[in-house]
Design a protein around this ligand. Structure first.
Ligand code: XBP
Ligand code: MG
Length: 219
């Protein structure tokens, strides 16, 4: 019996355009709540997206733009607290219905389920953010549509490292030949390619000019 096909989805920029009006806004709300005069405008955020992972992105921003910044707490602890606050604001934004799924995503997921395909998620974002996005767009039950939701710190190295995709392949005990990955960014494609996974890239305003050499299809 041939193995059923598996669709592996990235989240941010792929399932939904979460970055400009979601994550970016939540980062700014967390900075304001912490009394910081930091503000990430749309263009700067586009540059900072080169760094996957919210905590890593804040750390990069400090090193590049606020090198004199200092706090009494160890910096990683301070950043982790700031990121928790950002995640709170991001989930509140999702709860307000501010971020819909991209066109066609719901139809694709439902058709895949009708055709008994296996579904998985491989994302850099925090698990709680994935669950909130699914709950507030498709309903809480949709979280169970995905056999694996591999997210954030579950792996030691974030995209463009391939760790998150190897993690999904291993946990689902599947071969790359029977899978397709959906991604939106250069980092995401670079993470999938070394594993042998075929990747469909769907671009958005932040990623359309990136290099997608090696993608099976760019939409
Ligand atoms: C995109 C990311 C994430 C989000 C922010 O993830 O790099 O870091 O920008 O989410 P992907 P967190 O495209 O792999 O879904 O602040 O929770 O990291
Ligand atoms: Mg993405």
């Amino acid at each position: 019996m041939t193995e059923p096909f598996t669709l592996i989805f990235d989240v941010d920029g792929t399932l939904a355009d979460t970055e400009r009006d979601g994550h970016r806004v939540a980062f700014n709300q967390a900075f304001a709540e912490a009394g910081l005069d930091w503000e990430w405008p749309v263009s700067l955020y586009g540059e900072l997206l080169a760094i996957a992972g919210g905590k890593e992105r804040i750390n990069f921003y400090i090193s590049q733009y606020k090198p004199k910044f200092s706090v009494s707490l160890p910096l990683p602890e301070y950043i982790s607290n700031l990121h928790k606050s950002k995640t709170y604001y991001y989930r509140k934004l999702l709860g307000s219905g501010a971020i819909p799924l991209r066109p066609g995503v719901e139809r694709l997921l439902k058709e895949a389920r009708t055709n008994k395909m296996r579904l998985a998620i491989a994302t850099t974002t925090t698990l709680a953010n994935v669950e909130a996005l699914l709950e507030h767009t498709l309903g809480k039950e949709s979280i169970s549509w995905f056999e694996i939701i591999a997210a954030g710190d579950i792996v030691p190295a974030k995209k463009p490292a391939p760790d998150i995709y190897y993690y999904v392949l291993e946990k689902m005990n599947i071969q790359p030949q029977n899978c397709i990955v959906f991604e939106d960014s250069y980092n995401g494609l670079q993470a999938a390619l070394p594993t042998g996974l075929k990747t469909i890239v769907t671009v958005n305003d932040y990623t359309r000019n990136q290099d997608f050499t090696g993608a099976t299809l760019v939409l």
